[in-house]
Design a protein around this ligand. Structure first.
Ligand SMILES: Nc1nc2c(c(=O)[nH]1)N[C@H]1C(S)=C(S)[C@@H](COP(=O)(O)O)O[C@H]1N2
Ligand SMILES: [Mo]
Length: 412
């Protein structure tokens, strides 16, 4: 490599970016290791090889598969565990999970919004090792697909939407560890007039209906980037699983799943508004109830689910403790009401203690009288004052089904 080649420039930036943190890491090792140092990369094949849509096992007790996607079964959720294990988290892949070698992975950062602007070809480069050396933060957040609950547009409101027919299992709560994007941008130097950041994944281009839409990517405002965006490399204290973005994914807390780009390969920081089909064509509200210029979706709504199969059998005349969880991208859940008679009467559920940025667990004791079908309902209110409605206006993409879901059970 000649000293003036683009990649040697890039290398110097890496050193500049990591310099202070590297000294801190050495100090932390001397006293027994920092949280970042405790995470090591699993051995991975030397090159990115094409793979199946989803690599982790999908036991039928835990998952309902939908092609390249799989949802978590709520009846497999253990009420004693707050966090979703990565092995049990839903998977949403536009194409398929790539196998990426952490040793050769690079995050390329470029654009005219940087103090030292770069083209994509001569980007600033951050390696996996660089990232692990930077100061880390953890955040426990809900990750949810925008279309979670989509099937209820058909079954509950009679208006089917196209797309994966999720019930309520395209959601989970994870403790993430990563480096604040604000820190990386500050070290690189961010221009005051930067407006947008576009994150691009390293998975295969998304082709649908004969159209190649390119790599999965979505822009977001610089304000979100410097607020709480994380470059995440661990879930629940372990390196990311390949299906969830190994080696590094973006996390935009409280925002729809698509905002958290997996297998992150590129960040463009721009002084002008950026677009991609993932914020212009999809992940916006379209349909009769919405204006033509509805903005890209960001913060997720309030929802609830019972830790129970639909149609589950409940013993008659005996006390059963119904359990479930409620969540919101805007604020912690403040109140949950449960109905066991199809919505005629409601009672307050007892809320679990953990109510940070993750979901809220709840329980509701019930002694059903008589036998036959009963319809359970759970309705949550968050600290931002949003309550789940009885119905939501239809949208073509089937996004944000936040209405109260009717959950049939058989009392016998
Ligand atoms: N690169 C890339 N990032 C992606 C996706 C994808 O297909 N490719 N899917 C998005 C969508 S739609 C969702 S809901 C979440 C799902 O994250 P998970 O599969 O880790 O549960 O990842 C998002 N990030
Ligand atoms: Mo999604």
């Amino acid at each position: 490599m000649s000293p003036d080649s683009p990649s040697s420039y890039a290398r110097r930036d890496v050193l500049r970016l990591g310099a202070g943190a590297a000294a801190a890491l050495v100090a932390a090792r001397a006293v027994g290791g920092s949280p970042a140092a405790a995470v090591t990369a699993p051995s991975a094949p030397a090159t990115a090889v094409p793979s199946g849509p989803i690599l982790k096992p999908l036991p039928t007790e835990w998952f309902t598969p939908f092609g390249t996607n799989a949802e978590m079964r709520w009846d497999s959720v253990d009420p004693r565990r707050y966090l979703t294990a990565p092995e049990r988290l839903f998977v949403r892949n536009h194409t398929s999970t790539p196998v990426i070698d952490a040793a050769t992975w690079e995050l390329r950062i470029h654009g005219d919004g940087l103090a030292d602007p770069r083209t994509a070809e001569r980007a600033h480069v951050l390696t996996y090792r660089d990232l692990l050396r930077l100061p880390a933060r953890t955040a426990t957040t809900v990750l949810e697909c925008t279309g979670n609950g989509r099937s209820f547009f058909a079954t509950q409101q009679g208006t089917p939407a196209s797309g994966t027919a999720w019930q309520l299992g395209a959601v989970g709560t994870v403790r993430w560890t990563g480096v604040p994007l604000s820190l990386v941008l500050r070290r690189l130097g961010l221009r005051r007039d930067a407006v947008d950041v576009q994150a691009t994944g390293l998975d295969a281009p998304y082709v649908s209906g004969g159209v190649d839409y390119g790599a999965v990517r979505r822009p977001f405002p610089v304000a979100k980037a410097v607020d709480d965006a994380l470059l995440v490399y661990a879930m629940n204290g372990r390196p990311l699983l390949p299906d969830h973005g190994f080696p590094v994914r973006l996390l935009l807390p409280g925002w729809i799943g698509i905002a958290s780009i997996k297998w992150l390969g590129e960040l463009e920081v721009s002084r002008s508004t950026l677009t991609s089909p993932w914020n212009t064509k999809w992940y916006r509200m379209t349909g009769p109830a919405y204006p033509a210029d509805a903005p890209p979706l960001t913060v997720t709504p309030v929802k609830s689910a019972f830790e129970l199969a639909r149609g589950a059998e409940i013993p008659a005349g005996r006390r059963t403790v119904l359990t479930g969880r409620s969540w919101s991208g805007a604020a912690p859940v403040r109140r949950v009401e449960v109905s066991t008679d199809g919505g005629e009467t409601w009672g307050a559920a007892r809320l679990g203690r953990r109510r940070g940025e993750g979901w809220t667990q709840w329980s509701y004791p019930w002694r059903p009288r008589g036998s036959g079908e009963h319809v359970l309902l759970a309705r949550a209110t968050d600290a931002a004052g949003r309550t789940q409605p009885d119905e939501v206006p239809f949208n073509d993409g089937g996004y944000f089904f936040s209405a109260v879901v009717r959950h049939p059970v058989a009392v016998a």
